[in-house]
Design a protein around this ligand. Structure first.
Ligand code: TGC
Ligand code: FAD
Length: 390
Protein backbone atom coordinates (compact mmCIF):
# COMPACT_ATOMS: atom_id res chain seq x y z
CA UNK A 1 0.00 0.00 0.00
CA UNK A 2 1.05 3.58 -0.61
CA UNK A 3 2.29 5.65 2.33
CA UNK A 4 -0.53 7.75 3.87
CA UNK A 5 -1.05 11.31 2.64
CA UNK A 6 -0.32 13.76 5.51
CA UNK A 7 -3.28 15.85 4.29
CA UNK A 8 -5.80 12.96 4.26
CA UNK A 9 -4.12 10.31 6.37
CA UNK A 10 -6.99 7.84 6.58
CA UNK A 11 -7.92 8.49 2.93
CA UNK A 12 -11.39 9.58 4.06
CA UNK A 13 -11.87 11.60 0.88
CA UNK A 14 -10.99 8.53 -1.17
CA UNK A 15 -14.44 7.13 -0.37
CA UNK A 16 -16.25 10.15 -1.83
CA UNK A 17 -18.25 9.83 -5.03
CA UNK A 18 -17.05 11.78 -8.10
CA UNK A 19 -19.96 14.20 -7.61
CA UNK A 20 -19.03 14.79 -3.94
CA UNK A 21 -15.41 15.36 -4.96
CA UNK A 22 -16.48 17.91 -7.57
CA UNK A 23 -18.42 19.88 -4.97
CA UNK A 24 -15.50 19.69 -2.53
CA UNK A 25 -13.12 20.99 -5.18
CA UNK A 26 -15.44 23.76 -6.36
CA UNK A 27 -15.95 25.10 -2.82
CA UNK A 28 -12.29 24.67 -1.91
CA UNK A 29 -11.21 26.60 -5.02
CA UNK A 30 -13.75 29.32 -4.28
CA UNK A 31 -12.62 29.60 -0.65
CA UNK A 32 -8.95 29.75 -1.66
CA UNK A 33 -9.58 32.38 -4.34
CA UNK A 34 -12.37 34.55 -2.92
CA UNK A 35 -12.25 34.17 0.87
CA UNK A 36 -8.79 33.33 2.18
CA UNK A 37 -7.03 36.41 0.76
CA UNK A 38 -9.48 38.69 2.64
CA UNK A 39 -10.61 36.89 5.73
CA UNK A 40 -7.86 38.05 8.10
CA UNK A 41 -8.67 41.67 7.18
CA UNK A 42 -12.38 41.06 7.74
CA UNK A 43 -11.62 39.45 11.09
CA UNK A 44 -9.45 42.42 12.07
CA UNK A 45 -12.14 44.88 10.94
CA UNK A 46 -14.74 42.91 12.88
CA UNK A 47 -17.18 42.73 9.98
CA UNK A 48 -17.82 41.55 6.44
CA UNK A 49 -17.43 44.74 4.37
CA UNK A 50 -19.70 43.78 1.44
CA UNK A 51 -22.13 41.14 2.72
CA UNK A 52 -24.51 41.62 -0.22
CA UNK A 53 -21.73 41.01 -2.72
CA UNK A 54 -20.57 37.99 -0.73
CA UNK A 55 -24.13 36.65 -0.65
CA UNK A 56 -24.34 36.92 -4.42
CA UNK A 57 -21.10 34.98 -4.88
CA UNK A 58 -22.30 32.29 -2.45
CA UNK A 59 -25.55 32.17 -4.43
CA UNK A 60 -23.67 31.75 -7.70
CA UNK A 61 -21.59 28.97 -6.11
CA UNK A 62 -24.86 27.25 -5.18
CA UNK A 63 -24.23 26.68 -1.47
CA UNK A 64 -27.29 28.46 -0.02
CA UNK A 65 -29.80 25.75 0.86
CA UNK A 66 -27.91 23.35 -1.40
CA UNK A 67 -29.29 20.34 0.52
CA UNK A 68 -32.91 21.47 0.07
CA UNK A 69 -35.15 20.21 -2.74
CA UNK A 70 -36.91 22.49 -5.24
CA UNK A 71 -37.47 26.28 -5.13
CA UNK A 72 -34.13 26.98 -6.84
CA UNK A 73 -32.15 24.79 -4.40
CA UNK A 74 -29.67 22.18 -5.62
CA UNK A 75 -31.01 19.13 -3.74
CA UNK A 76 -27.46 17.93 -3.04
CA UNK A 77 -26.69 15.05 -0.68
CA UNK A 78 -26.02 15.61 3.01
CA UNK A 79 -22.40 14.58 2.49
CA UNK A 80 -21.99 17.08 -0.36
CA UNK A 81 -23.44 19.83 1.83
CA UNK A 82 -21.12 18.77 4.67
CA UNK A 83 -18.10 18.96 2.39
CA UNK A 84 -19.09 22.49 1.39
CA UNK A 85 -19.27 23.44 5.08
CA UNK A 86 -15.87 21.83 5.69
CA UNK A 87 -14.21 23.77 2.90
CA UNK A 88 -15.81 27.08 3.92
CA UNK A 89 -14.88 26.70 7.57
CA UNK A 90 -11.29 25.87 6.57
CA UNK A 91 -11.28 29.54 5.58
CA UNK A 92 -13.18 30.87 8.61
CA UNK A 93 -16.01 29.73 10.91
CA UNK A 94 -17.77 33.07 10.34
CA UNK A 95 -18.07 32.38 6.62
CA UNK A 96 -19.48 28.89 7.18
CA UNK A 97 -21.90 30.52 9.62
CA UNK A 98 -23.00 32.97 6.92
CA UNK A 99 -24.02 29.97 4.80
CA UNK A 100 -25.44 27.91 7.70
CA UNK A 101 -27.73 30.65 8.90
CA UNK A 102 -29.04 31.33 5.41
CA UNK A 103 -29.46 27.72 4.26
CA UNK A 104 -29.84 25.53 7.32
CA UNK A 105 -31.75 27.92 9.57
CA UNK A 106 -33.69 30.62 7.69
CA UNK A 107 -34.30 28.73 4.43
CA UNK A 108 -34.77 25.37 6.19
CA UNK A 109 -37.45 26.92 8.45
CA UNK A 110 -39.33 28.29 5.44
CA UNK A 111 -38.84 25.04 3.51
CA UNK A 112 -40.07 22.84 6.39
CA UNK A 113 -42.84 24.99 7.80
CA UNK A 114 -43.77 27.67 5.24
CA UNK A 115 -46.88 28.00 3.09
CA UNK A 116 -46.51 27.58 -0.67
CA UNK A 117 -46.61 31.40 -1.04
CA UNK A 118 -43.86 31.85 1.56
CA UNK A 119 -41.71 29.21 -0.13
CA UNK A 120 -42.08 30.57 -3.66
CA UNK A 121 -41.77 34.16 -2.40
CA UNK A 122 -38.51 33.71 -0.49
CA UNK A 123 -36.61 30.51 -1.28
CA UNK A 124 -35.52 31.07 -4.92
CA UNK A 125 -34.24 34.56 -4.11
CA UNK A 126 -32.49 33.31 -0.99
CA UNK A 127 -30.87 30.41 -2.88
CA UNK A 128 -29.56 32.92 -5.43
CA UNK A 129 -28.16 35.16 -2.68
CA UNK A 130 -30.47 38.02 -3.70
CA UNK A 131 -32.29 37.98 -0.35
CA UNK A 132 -30.80 37.22 3.06
CA UNK A 133 -32.42 35.66 6.10
CA UNK A 134 -31.61 35.37 9.79
CA UNK A 135 -32.93 33.14 12.56
CA UNK A 136 -33.99 34.67 15.87
CA UNK A 137 -34.36 32.12 18.66
CA UNK A 138 -31.94 33.20 21.42
CA UNK A 139 -32.87 36.05 23.78
CA UNK A 140 -30.84 37.97 26.37
CA UNK A 141 -32.29 35.77 29.14
CA UNK A 142 -32.99 32.58 27.13
CA UNK A 143 -29.99 30.90 25.54
CA UNK A 144 -29.60 27.20 26.30
CA UNK A 145 -33.19 27.17 27.50
CA UNK A 146 -35.06 28.71 24.55
CA UNK A 147 -38.36 27.36 25.90
CA UNK A 148 -38.21 30.16 28.49
CA UNK A 149 -38.41 32.86 25.77
CA UNK A 150 -40.28 36.09 26.55
CA UNK A 151 -40.98 37.22 23.00
CA UNK A 152 -44.76 37.09 22.59
CA UNK A 153 -47.00 37.07 19.54
CA UNK A 154 -50.63 37.93 20.19
CA UNK A 155 -53.59 37.95 17.88
CA UNK A 156 -55.25 41.27 17.04
CA UNK A 157 -58.07 40.59 14.62
CA UNK A 158 -56.45 38.77 11.71
CA UNK A 159 -53.04 40.36 12.48
CA UNK A 160 -50.25 39.25 14.78
CA UNK A 161 -48.46 41.69 17.10
CA UNK A 162 -44.95 40.76 18.27
CA UNK A 163 -43.02 42.15 21.25
CA UNK A 164 -39.63 41.04 22.54
CA UNK A 165 -35.87 41.06 22.06
CA UNK A 166 -33.67 38.52 20.31
CA UNK A 167 -29.92 38.48 20.95
CA UNK A 168 -26.78 37.21 19.20
CA UNK A 169 -28.53 36.92 15.85
CA UNK A 170 -26.13 36.24 12.97
CA UNK A 171 -26.73 38.50 9.94
CA UNK A 172 -29.52 40.27 11.87
CA UNK A 173 -28.75 43.76 10.55
CA UNK A 174 -28.35 42.73 6.90
CA UNK A 175 -31.22 40.26 6.60
CA UNK A 176 -34.24 41.00 4.39
CA UNK A 177 -36.32 38.64 6.50
CA UNK A 178 -36.01 37.42 10.06
CA UNK A 179 -37.42 34.07 11.13
CA UNK A 180 -38.56 35.01 14.64
CA UNK A 181 -39.71 32.47 17.21
CA UNK A 182 -42.34 33.73 19.65
CA UNK A 183 -44.63 32.31 22.34
CA UNK A 184 -48.33 32.38 21.43
CA UNK A 185 -51.43 31.13 23.26
CA UNK A 186 -50.92 28.06 21.12
CA UNK A 187 -47.26 27.40 22.03
CA UNK A 188 -44.06 28.59 20.33
CA UNK A 189 -44.49 29.43 16.62
CA UNK A 190 -42.26 30.88 13.91
CA UNK A 191 -42.96 34.16 12.07
CA UNK A 192 -41.47 35.85 9.01
CA UNK A 193 -40.62 39.44 9.87
CA UNK A 194 -39.50 41.48 6.82
CA UNK A 195 -36.79 44.10 7.44
CA UNK A 196 -38.27 47.58 7.62
CA UNK A 197 -41.51 46.51 9.34
CA UNK A 198 -42.44 49.36 11.74
CA UNK A 199 -41.34 48.58 15.31
CA UNK A 200 -38.63 46.15 14.16
CA UNK A 201 -35.01 47.27 14.61
CA UNK A 202 -31.65 45.50 14.50
CA UNK A 203 -28.47 46.68 16.23
CA UNK A 204 -24.95 45.38 15.63
CA UNK A 205 -23.19 43.69 18.57
CA UNK A 206 -19.72 45.25 18.83
CA UNK A 207 -16.51 44.25 20.65
CA UNK A 208 -16.67 40.52 19.89
CA UNK A 209 -13.31 38.76 20.24
CA UNK A 210 -14.53 35.68 18.36
CA UNK A 211 -16.30 35.13 15.02
CA UNK A 212 -15.27 38.63 14.03
CA UNK A 213 -15.72 37.98 10.30
CA UNK A 214 -19.44 37.68 10.94
CA UNK A 215 -22.18 40.18 11.68
CA UNK A 216 -24.03 39.60 14.97
CA UNK A 217 -27.07 41.57 16.05
CA UNK A 218 -29.76 42.28 18.60
CA UNK A 219 -33.30 42.30 17.19
CA UNK A 220 -35.86 44.49 18.94
CA UNK A 221 -39.57 43.98 18.29
CA UNK A 222 -41.87 46.66 19.71
CA UNK A 223 -45.50 46.24 18.75
CA UNK A 224 -44.52 44.76 15.38
CA UNK A 225 -47.79 44.29 13.49
CA UNK A 226 -47.77 41.53 10.89
CA UNK A 227 -50.49 40.15 8.64
CA UNK A 228 -51.93 36.73 9.51
CA UNK A 229 -49.91 35.10 6.76
CA UNK A 230 -46.61 36.05 8.44
CA UNK A 231 -47.00 32.92 10.60
CA UNK A 232 -45.05 29.87 9.41
CA UNK A 233 -48.14 27.66 9.45
CA UNK A 234 -46.34 24.34 9.95
CA UNK A 235 -44.61 25.38 13.19
CA UNK A 236 -45.83 23.62 16.34
CA UNK A 237 -43.96 24.29 19.57
CA UNK A 238 -40.25 24.53 20.41
CA UNK A 239 -39.55 21.27 18.57
CA UNK A 240 -40.06 23.08 15.23
CA UNK A 241 -37.25 25.52 16.02
CA UNK A 242 -35.05 22.73 17.35
CA UNK A 243 -35.53 20.68 14.19
CA UNK A 244 -33.94 23.54 12.20
CA UNK A 245 -31.03 23.56 14.65
CA UNK A 246 -30.32 19.91 13.80
CA UNK A 247 -29.62 21.02 10.22
CA UNK A 248 -27.20 23.78 11.22
CA UNK A 249 -25.54 21.58 13.84
CA UNK A 250 -24.96 18.98 11.14
CA UNK A 251 -23.08 21.59 9.08
CA UNK A 252 -20.94 22.40 12.13
CA UNK A 253 -20.02 18.71 12.56
CA UNK A 254 -18.34 18.97 9.13
CA UNK A 255 -17.31 22.62 9.28
CA UNK A 256 -14.99 22.26 12.26
CA UNK A 257 -13.12 19.46 10.47
CA UNK A 258 -12.12 22.16 7.97
CA UNK A 259 -11.08 24.53 10.71
CA UNK A 260 -9.03 21.77 12.39
CA UNK A 261 -7.45 20.72 9.10
CA UNK A 262 -6.43 24.31 8.34
CA UNK A 263 -4.78 24.66 11.76
CA UNK A 264 -2.99 21.31 11.48
CA UNK A 265 -1.76 22.08 7.94
CA UNK A 266 -0.48 25.50 8.99
CA UNK A 267 1.32 23.96 11.97
CA UNK A 268 2.92 21.19 9.89
CA UNK A 269 4.14 23.69 7.28
CA UNK A 270 5.47 26.00 9.97
CA UNK A 271 7.21 23.21 11.88
CA UNK A 272 8.98 22.00 8.74
CA UNK A 273 10.42 25.43 7.94
CA UNK A 274 11.01 27.06 11.33
CA UNK A 275 14.47 26.29 12.69
CA UNK A 276 15.65 26.52 16.29
CA UNK A 277 18.71 24.94 17.93
CA UNK A 278 20.02 24.27 14.44
CA UNK A 279 17.19 22.15 13.09
CA UNK A 280 13.54 22.38 12.01
CA UNK A 281 11.24 22.31 15.03
CA UNK A 282 9.38 19.46 13.23
CA UNK A 283 12.38 17.30 14.14
CA UNK A 284 11.87 17.66 17.88
CA UNK A 285 10.03 14.81 19.58
CA UNK A 286 7.67 17.12 21.44
CA UNK A 287 6.60 18.76 18.16
CA UNK A 288 6.07 15.37 16.54
CA UNK A 289 3.85 14.36 19.45
CA UNK A 290 1.79 17.50 18.83
CA UNK A 291 1.55 16.71 15.11
CA UNK A 292 0.49 13.13 15.89
CA UNK A 293 -2.21 14.34 18.30
CA UNK A 294 -3.52 16.82 15.72
CA UNK A 295 -3.42 14.21 12.97
CA UNK A 296 -5.57 11.86 15.03
CA UNK A 297 -8.08 14.57 15.93
CA UNK A 298 -8.44 15.83 12.34
CA UNK A 299 -8.88 12.35 10.88
CA UNK A 300 -11.18 11.00 13.59
CA UNK A 301 -13.35 14.10 13.32
CA UNK A 302 -13.43 13.67 9.54
CA UNK A 303 -14.56 10.06 9.87
CA UNK A 304 -17.24 11.05 12.39
CA UNK A 305 -18.57 13.70 10.02
CA UNK A 306 -18.63 11.32 7.07
CA UNK A 307 -20.39 8.55 9.01
CA UNK A 308 -23.05 10.99 10.29
CA UNK A 309 -23.42 12.29 6.74
CA UNK A 310 -23.87 8.80 5.34
CA UNK A 311 -26.49 8.08 8.03
CA UNK A 312 -28.26 11.30 7.07
CA UNK A 313 -28.28 10.39 3.39
CA UNK A 314 -29.75 6.98 4.30
CA UNK A 315 -32.45 8.67 6.41
CA UNK A 316 -30.99 7.13 9.60
CA UNK A 317 -29.51 10.20 11.28
CA UNK A 318 -31.08 10.80 14.71
CA UNK A 319 -30.65 14.16 16.40
CA UNK A 320 -28.46 12.42 19.03
CA UNK A 321 -26.02 11.45 16.26
CA UNK A 322 -25.76 15.15 15.46
CA UNK A 323 -25.16 15.95 19.14
CA UNK A 324 -22.39 13.33 19.14
CA UNK A 325 -20.75 14.98 16.14
CA UNK A 326 -21.07 18.52 17.45
CA UNK A 327 -19.77 17.54 20.90
CA UNK A 328 -16.85 15.44 19.64
CA UNK A 329 -15.73 17.43 16.62
CA UNK A 330 -15.84 20.93 18.11
CA UNK A 331 -13.75 19.75 21.09
CA UNK A 332 -11.31 18.07 18.69
CA UNK A 333 -11.01 21.23 16.59
CA UNK A 334 -10.40 23.30 19.72
CA UNK A 335 -7.57 20.99 20.79
CA UNK A 336 -6.02 21.15 17.32
CA UNK A 337 -6.24 24.95 17.09
CA UNK A 338 -4.65 25.41 20.52
CA UNK A 339 -1.82 22.99 19.73
CA UNK A 340 -1.26 24.52 16.28
CA UNK A 341 -1.02 27.94 17.86
CA UNK A 342 1.67 26.76 20.26
CA UNK A 343 3.76 25.37 17.36
CA UNK A 344 3.70 28.83 15.77
CA UNK A 345 5.30 30.49 18.82
CA UNK A 346 4.96 34.28 18.80
CA UNK A 347 3.89 34.26 15.14
CA UNK A 348 0.90 32.23 16.25
CA UNK A 349 -0.69 35.18 18.02
CA UNK A 350 -0.87 37.27 14.84
CA UNK A 351 -3.30 37.36 11.93
CA UNK A 352 -0.42 36.51 9.57
CA UNK A 353 -1.20 32.90 10.43
CA UNK A 354 -4.70 31.42 10.73
CA UNK A 355 -4.30 29.53 14.01
CA UNK A 356 -5.36 32.02 16.67
CA UNK A 357 -8.21 33.21 14.43
CA UNK A 358 -9.52 29.65 14.23
CA UNK A 359 -8.96 29.13 17.95
CA UNK A 360 -10.93 32.26 18.84
CA UNK A 361 -13.71 31.43 16.37
CA UNK A 362 -14.11 28.00 17.92
CA UNK A 363 -15.07 29.62 21.23
CA UNK A 364 -18.25 30.75 19.47
CA UNK A 365 -18.73 27.46 17.65
CA UNK A 366 -18.53 25.62 20.99
CA UNK A 367 -21.20 27.98 22.36
CA UNK A 368 -23.79 28.39 19.62
CA UNK A 369 -26.09 25.72 18.33
CA UNK A 370 -26.07 24.12 21.79
CA UNK A 371 -23.09 24.55 24.11
CA UNK A 372 -20.67 21.73 24.83
CA UNK A 373 -22.55 21.12 28.08
CA UNK A 374 -25.96 20.95 26.38
CA UNK A 375 -24.71 18.33 23.90
CA UNK A 376 -23.03 16.38 26.73
CA UNK A 377 -26.41 16.30 28.48
CA UNK A 378 -28.17 15.23 25.26
CA UNK A 379 -25.72 12.34 24.92
CA UNK A 380 -26.08 11.48 28.61
CA UNK A 381 -29.84 11.42 28.19
CA UNK A 382 -29.54 9.33 25.04
CA UNK A 383 -27.53 6.56 26.70
CA UNK A 384 -29.25 6.57 30.11
CA UNK A 385 -32.80 7.61 29.34
CA UNK A 386 -32.50 10.15 32.18
CA UNK A 387 -32.74 13.91 31.53
CA UNK A 388 -30.30 16.02 33.56
CA UNK A 389 -31.21 19.40 32.01
CA UNK A 390 -33.25 20.54 34.98
P1 TGC B 1 -37.62 19.38 25.33
O1 TGC B 1 -38.82 19.26 26.22
O2 TGC B 1 -36.54 18.39 25.43
O3 TGC B 1 -38.07 19.43 23.82
C1 TGC B 1 -39.18 20.23 23.38
C2 TGC B 1 -39.71 19.56 22.13
O4 TGC B 1 -38.70 19.59 21.12
C3 TGC B 1 -38.32 18.27 20.75
N1 TGC B 1 -36.86 18.30 20.54
C4 TGC B 1 -36.30 18.29 19.33
N2 TGC B 1 -36.87 18.20 18.12
C5 TGC B 1 -36.04 18.21 17.07
N3 TGC B 1 -34.70 18.31 17.21
C6 TGC B 1 -34.10 18.41 18.39
N4 TGC B 1 -32.76 18.52 18.49
C7 TGC B 1 -34.91 18.40 19.54
N5 TGC B 1 -34.69 18.48 20.87
C8 TGC B 1 -35.88 18.41 21.46
C9 TGC B 1 -38.74 17.39 21.91
O5 TGC B 1 -38.95 16.06 21.48
C10 TGC B 1 -40.02 18.06 22.34
O6 TGC B 1 -41.03 17.73 21.42
P2 TGC B 1 -42.53 17.52 21.92
O7 TGC B 1 -43.26 17.12 20.70
O8 TGC B 1 -42.45 16.46 22.98
O9 TGC B 1 -42.94 18.84 22.47
O10 TGC B 1 -37.10 20.87 25.47
P3 TGC B 1 -36.27 21.56 26.62
O11 TGC B 1 -36.93 22.89 26.87
O12 TGC B 1 -36.07 20.64 27.78
O13 TGC B 1 -34.86 21.84 25.91
C11 TGC B 1 -34.08 20.82 25.37
C12 TGC B 1 -32.72 21.36 24.90
C13 TGC B 1 -31.93 21.92 26.05
C14 TGC B 1 -31.95 20.19 24.30
C15 TGC B 1 -32.91 22.42 23.82
O14 TGC B 1 -33.68 23.45 24.23
C16 TGC B 1 -31.63 22.94 23.22
O15 TGC B 1 -31.19 22.36 22.22
N6 TGC B 1 -31.00 24.06 23.71
C17 TGC B 1 -29.89 24.69 23.03
C18 TGC B 1 -30.38 25.94 22.31
C19 TGC B 1 -29.63 26.20 21.03
O16 TGC B 1 -28.96 25.34 20.49
N7 TGC B 1 -29.80 27.39 20.49
C20 TGC B 1 -29.24 27.70 19.20
C21 TGC B 1 -29.81 28.98 18.65
S1 TGC B 1 -29.49 29.24 16.91
C22 TGC B 1 -27.87 29.50 16.79
O17 TGC B 1 -27.11 29.39 17.70
C23 TGC B 1 -27.37 29.85 15.43
S2 TGC B 1 -25.69 30.05 15.43
C24 TGC B 1 -25.30 30.37 13.83
C25 TGC B 1 -24.85 29.16 13.07
O18 TGC B 1 -25.47 28.10 13.17
O19 TGC B 1 -23.86 29.27 12.31
P1 FAD C 1 -26.32 30.22 28.66
O1 FAD C 1 -27.43 29.36 28.23
O2 FAD C 1 -26.60 31.30 29.66
O3 FAD C 1 -25.17 29.28 29.25
C1 FAD C 1 -24.09 29.76 30.05
C2 FAD C 1 -23.31 28.53 30.56
O4 FAD C 1 -24.17 27.71 31.37
C3 FAD C 1 -22.82 27.63 29.43
O5 FAD C 1 -21.57 27.08 29.76
C4 FAD C 1 -23.87 26.55 29.39
O6 FAD C 1 -23.40 25.32 28.83
C5 FAD C 1 -24.19 26.38 30.87
N1 FAD C 1 -25.49 25.76 31.07
C6 FAD C 1 -26.73 26.22 30.72
N2 FAD C 1 -27.68 25.34 31.05
C7 FAD C 1 -27.04 24.28 31.62
C8 FAD C 1 -27.46 23.04 32.18
N3 FAD C 1 -28.74 22.67 32.19
N4 FAD C 1 -26.52 22.21 32.70
C9 FAD C 1 -25.20 22.54 32.67
N5 FAD C 1 -24.73 23.70 32.16
C10 FAD C 1 -25.64 24.55 31.64
N6 FAD C 1 -28.75 32.41 18.41
C11 FAD C 1 -29.77 32.48 17.50
O7 FAD C 1 -30.93 32.25 17.84
N7 FAD C 1 -29.50 32.82 16.21
C12 FAD C 1 -28.27 33.10 15.77
O8 FAD C 1 -28.07 33.39 14.57
C13 FAD C 1 -27.17 33.04 16.70
N8 FAD C 1 -25.91 33.38 16.31
C14 FAD C 1 -24.92 33.47 17.26
C15 FAD C 1 -23.68 34.01 16.90
C16 FAD C 1 -22.68 34.17 17.87
C17 FAD C 1 -21.39 34.82 17.49
C18 FAD C 1 -22.90 33.73 19.19
C19 FAD C 1 -21.82 33.85 20.24
C20 FAD C 1 -24.13 33.19 19.56
C21 FAD C 1 -25.17 33.08 18.60
N9 FAD C 1 -26.45 32.64 18.95
C22 FAD C 1 -27.47 32.69 18.05
C23 FAD C 1 -26.76 32.37 20.36
C24 FAD C 1 -26.31 31.00 20.86
O9 FAD C 1 -27.13 29.99 20.33
C25 FAD C 1 -26.35 31.02 22.40
O10 FAD C 1 -25.28 31.83 22.82
C26 FAD C 1 -26.23 29.64 23.00
O11 FAD C 1 -27.40 28.87 22.75
C27 FAD C 1 -25.96 29.65 24.53
O12 FAD C 1 -26.81 30.54 25.19
P2 FAD C 1 -26.22 31.65 26.20
O13 FAD C 1 -25.12 32.35 25.51
O14 FAD C 1 -27.35 32.45 26.69
O15 FAD C 1 -25.56 30.83 27.39
Amino acid sequence: AAAPDPHDFLAVDGTLSPEERDIRDAVRDFATRELLPHVADWFEAGTIPDPRGLAKTFGDLGVFGMHLEGYGCAGASAVAYGLACRELEAADSGLRSFVSVQGSLAMAAIHKFGSEEQKTGWLPRMAAGEALGCFGLTEPDSGSDPGSMRTRARRDGSDWVLDGTKMWITNGTIADVAVVWAATDDGIRGFLVPAGTPGFTANVVHHKLSLRASITAELVLEGVRLPGDALLPGTRGLGSALSCLNEARYGIVWGVVGSARASYTAARDYALTREQFGSPIAGFQLTQRKLADMLVDVNQAGLTALQIGRLKDQGDCHRDHVSFGKFANVAAAQRVARTARSIHGANGITLEYPVLRHMLNLETVATYEGTEEIHALSLGQSVTGISAFR
